[in-house]
Write a protein that binds this ligand. Sequence first.
Ligand code: BTN
Length: 266
Amino acid sequence: MKILDQAILEELLAGHPWGGQLYCLAKIDSTNDWAKKLADSGAPEGTVILADRQTSGRGQKERSFHSPGGVGLYISFILRPAALPSELMHFTPMTGVAVCNAVEAVCGLRPRLKWPNDLILGGKKLGGILTELSFDGQQVSYLIVGIGININHAPSDFPAELSSIATSLAMETGIQYSRHQLAAELIREMKRVSDGMFSEKAAYLACYQKDCLNIGADMLIHRGEHPPVPVHCFGIDENGALLVTHRDGAVEQLIAGEVSIQHKTI
Ligand code: BTN
């Protein structure tokens, strides 16, 4: 098992503007938390933090993200877009497309996306995206995007409670992949996202529409203690929000929340 090596990554990224702003750590609580500390002390756009292992990897809704050493990619980016938070709703969908592009470029197979932030392969969770914002008045002062991908995990690398719902690239294909190559490709992809955050929004959302498993599916919306609400998802809007129809025909735009896919009709 090879530990993540900063020198190898820097060589793969030679000449890339973000190649000299990498922090490759052996072990950290959470790369997102470390990124926030760096951002608070002024780290520039394009600072990248990777860890071989996380001891308190975090997911959405205060869930943990299982992050064993030697097998996964746990990476966070500091971005500093000049924008209001409401102008960045499409950012996580764009990142999802970037992750799919990177996995496809290195591994030759394209994961799917389950709204809002899960990477799916073979019907199981391959990873996820955690985007966090910090504000300066009304404006965004920085954005941290953390991405976790299960790459070379064997079934025994997952705890019992994840064994039926999580997978890795190696488990789906029988092939071990280079974490360095995938990290380098993802860094290149995230630079493209950063450069095209507004100018390429429509093109990325068109890709997202194809990659997103929810579109064309019957789903349940889960809202706290309330009974799940059945809806049909028929598309996304110009910001990446899900468009759903309720049983009574009412249309709703979902900008956040938790959904489960019941049945896909197309
Ligand atoms: C989710 O599945 O809800 C999102 C998972 C995000 C995990 C990544 S791993 C790198 C970064 N650091 C964290 O603590 N979380 C994200």
